[in-house]
Write a protein that binds this ligand. Structure first.
Ligand SMILES: [Fe+2]
Length: 236
């Protein structure tokens, strides 16, 4: 018998789980606090490569979001309406980050000729396979994970980059933070996830899988952009 919890308990359980996951991230992944921490300058190679991968991930998850929409139409048509609206908004967010990269003299062509990280490919493969297996929920949990983290950390990342570069360099990222706020993205996704999962906590393993794939991503980002330039004694 599945235990169904109401949205308030569901929300609390998710907060508790994602707090533990973020602590795991901070304690196990090198450089994990770098993007948002105000006590050290931003590593440009790390920051720019992260922005490039963010754009690539937005375009790739636009596809898994669409795959999830086709499943959700059968699962719950009313939720599919809300999900469809949300995913169309997300579909355009690549433009915001592309505009910021332009201020760093990085053209769109360079973004799309940069090879994808293995971790990002693994994330997309995981989403595709799990959507086929479980239905639309993994795509919704992916969005829940990124919106939860964006709510807590994106503002600090934008502030840090604005201080180091200029407000012109973060116009897109700033617009993105405001967009999520104004459109209440986290709350929308929380409600969709609660209804779709029937308030069943046993589905949270998908959130843990996604969190692990993001830890892999940040580890790869560190290995590609920071580690090679460190003297041996600092590379711990
Ligand atoms: Fe969003």
């Amino acid at each position: 018998m599945i235990e169904k919890i109401d949205i308030n308990s569901y929300s609390k359980e998710i907060n508790g789980l994602l707090e533990k996951e973020i602590n795991l991230f901070f304690s196990t992944i090198p450089y994990a606090k770098h993007l948002a921490a105000s006590d050290e300058p931003l590593n440009e190679a790390y920051y720019i490569r992260h922005r490039i991968e963010t754009i690539k991930r937005i375009r790739l998850t636009a596809k898994t979001d669409a795959l999830a929409l086709s499943k959700m139409i059968d699962e719950n048509y009313e939720l599919a309406r809300r999900w469809g609206k949300y995913t169309i908004q997300e579909l355009n967010h690549d433009k915001m980050f592309l505009a910021d990269l332009k201020a760093h003299h990085i053209a769109e062509a360079q973004v799309f000729t940069t090879p994808l990280f293995f971790a990002t490919q693994n994330l997309i493969t995981y989403l595709e396979e799990s959507i086929h297996q479980y239905g639309s929920l993994p795509a919704v949990y992916y969005s829940l994970f990124v919106e939860w983290n964006a709510d807590r950390y994106s503002k600090n990342v934008v502030e840090k980059a604005k201080i180091q570069y200029s407000s012109d360099h973060v116009k897109g990222a700033e617009a993105h933070v405001n967009f999520d706020d104004v459109h209440d993205h986290y709350q929308i996704i929380l409600e969709i996830a609660h209804k779709l999962s029937h308030g069943d906590k046993t589905t949270f393993f998908i959130l843990c899988d996604i969190s692990k794939l993001f830890r892999d991503y940040f580890n790869e980002l560190y290995c590609q952009t920071v580690l090679p330039s460190l003297p041996i004694q600092e590379a711990i």
